[in-house]
Design a protein around this ligand. Structure first.
Ligand SMILES: Nc1ncnc2c1ncn2[C@@H]1O[C@H](COP(=O)(O)OP(=O)(O)OP(=O)(O)O)[C@@H](O)[C@H]1O
Ligand SMILES: [Mg+2]
Length: 445
């Protein structure tokens, strides 16, 4: 049901419209004096204004400007007389939702109002999602799907307990975000959170990074150096990509977990450390352990609490919320007033497979916000690979005529097929005599 204000100085017309729209279940106020209408607009909230264009006192254009000033979300449908299409277009340019030409039948009006109602619903839905997103930004971990709710619950329970936590999920699903959240909600929150990418460093470097080294432990070890475990004392160490550690590294990590001590490279003196370990893997570590790719004992030690983050394609209900979250984020960053998604654009985002998960969605939203020139995210501003369209084969060529195009295609086909006319004609889907004619026409060598 919509709150509608009908303004028309023609009494019969306005009564007719009031009747049609009331019959549909809308709450309608009809008024003949446009100055009075302006007072009403100020007094009450209207979703939709249906106004005549030509009226004494304030005309439709003035009503339009005023209604939009009071409430930018209010939709205005302009009633125009036959033959005044220019003023109708002018009204649309100034922000009218649509126009309808006199004389019109009840159905014509109803179709228009129904469409407006869909539009208003969409605005409300977008607003609701934006607000919901705002209420989430406290943690920054967005999602209402069952699997995300379960993870939030698990974080609340396990974060303060100081246990080791293993986070698993495909690339870009938010493993590091979850690790940081665990640290924030733990008793260690005032101390360091230290991420270490185990997959990016060679074994030797990783070992001395993590455990430190004594002076002279290896060539180039000029002095004694503390490792990350010691630096993070009292805090949390995030061992990212732990699935990519070597077997001997796994033994050393097991020791840290079992005994809470480390040994600096070049020393056999255990040094006690107080760190919480949160580890992440982008493979299924249980499978890796079963297949002998990862130490079973280390796996069990890590897997005290397991957080498994589902890929985005398995929790598509989170996509609209995440998309709004990133729209807010990048809208602010790039100073753009984009407040919503067109239904088609949102549908495209909702059905895409997202192999790069949330990170990919974030990157797409960043690019899209930069590209978008209207106040709404439209399919045209989405990258073509997301829209599922094949890349434009001619994107590298500028404007050309159809004749140029034909000549270009024939030349290219002949070149590819080393001048064999029969094969070229077949590839082009024409017969050889036609090909000969075109070769002559275009002067092709
Ligand atoms: N549920 C979520 N809510 C909000 N932002 C998210 C969410 N999940 C992921 N992100 C964002 O997506 C990006 C990628 O997340 P993150 O770096 O935590 O992924 P990852 O699982 O560690 O990926 P990788 O395995 O490639 O290292 C980050 O910018 C992160 O803030
Ligand atoms: Mg990561």
């Amino acid at each position: 049901m919509l709150e509608i204000l009908v303004i028309d100085d023609d009494m019969r017309m306005r009564q007719l419209i009031e009747e049609i729209l009331t019959e549909e279940g809308h709450s309608v106020t009809a008024i003949g004096d446009s100055r009075e209408a302006m007072l009403m607009l100020k007094e009450r909230h209207y979703d939709l204004v249906v106004t005549d264009l030509k009226m004494p006192y304030a005309d439709g254009m003035e009503i339009l400007a005023y209604a939009k000033k009071i409430n930018p979300e209010c939709l205005v449908i302009m009633i125009t007389a036959h033959g005044t299409i220019e003023s109708a277009i002018e009204a649309i340019k100034k922000g009218a939702y649509d126009y309808i030409q006199k004389p019109f039948g009840p159905d014509q009006l109803l179709v228009l109002v129904q469409r407006a109602e869909g539009h208003i619903k969409l605005i409300h839905e977008n607003k609701r999602l934006s607000e919901e997103v705002r209420s989430f930004t406290e943690t920054g971990f967005i999602g209402t799907s069952r699997s995300i709710e379960k993870i939030k619950d698990l974080i609340e329970k396990a974060a303060p307990l100081d246990t080791t936590i293993l986070i698993q999920g495909e690339t870009g699903t938010g493993k590091e975000l979850v690790a940081r959240l665990i640290h924030k909600k733990s008793t260690r929150f005032q101390n360091t959170f230290l991420p270490v990418n185990c997959g990016a460093l060679s074994e030797g470097i990783l070992e001395s990074e993590l455990f430190g080294h004594e002076k002279g432990a290896f060539t180039g070890a000029m002095s004694r150096r503390k490792g990350l475990f010691e630096t993070a004392n009292g805090g949390t160490v995030f061992l990212d990509e732990i699935n990519n550690t070597s077997p001997s590294m796994q033994v050393k990590l097991l020791r840290v977990l079992q005994e809470n001590t480390i040994m600096r490279v070049g020393s056999s003196m255990p040094v006690p450390v107080d760190v919480r370990i949160v580890a992440a893997s982008n493979t299924n570590l249980a499978e890796d352990a079963a297949a002998g790719r990862f130490r079973k004992d280390l796996f069990y030690r890590l897997n005290v609490v397991a957080v498994d983050i589902s890929p985005l394609r398995e929790r598509r209900e989170d996509i609209p919320l995440l998309a709004h979250h990133f729209l807010n984020k990048y809208g602010k960053k790039f100073n753009k007033e984009i407040s919503r998604f067109s239904p088609h654009a949102m549908e495209i985002l909702s059905v895409y497979a997202w192999p790069g998960n949330v990170r990919e969605l974030e990157n797409v939203m960043e690019r899209t916000v930069i590209m978008e020139t209207s106040s709404e995210i439209t399919p045209q501003s989405l990258p073509s690979e997301i829209r599922g369209e094949p890349p434009d084969p001619l994107s590298c060529i500028g404007l050309m005529t159809l004749d140029d195009m034909e000549k270009f295609l024939i030349q290219r086909t002949l070149r590819e097929l080393e001048g064999q006319k029969n094969k070229a004609a077949e590839a082009l889907g024409i017969d050889v005599s036609t090909l000969w004619r075109k070769i002559k026409k275009y002067n092709i060598e």
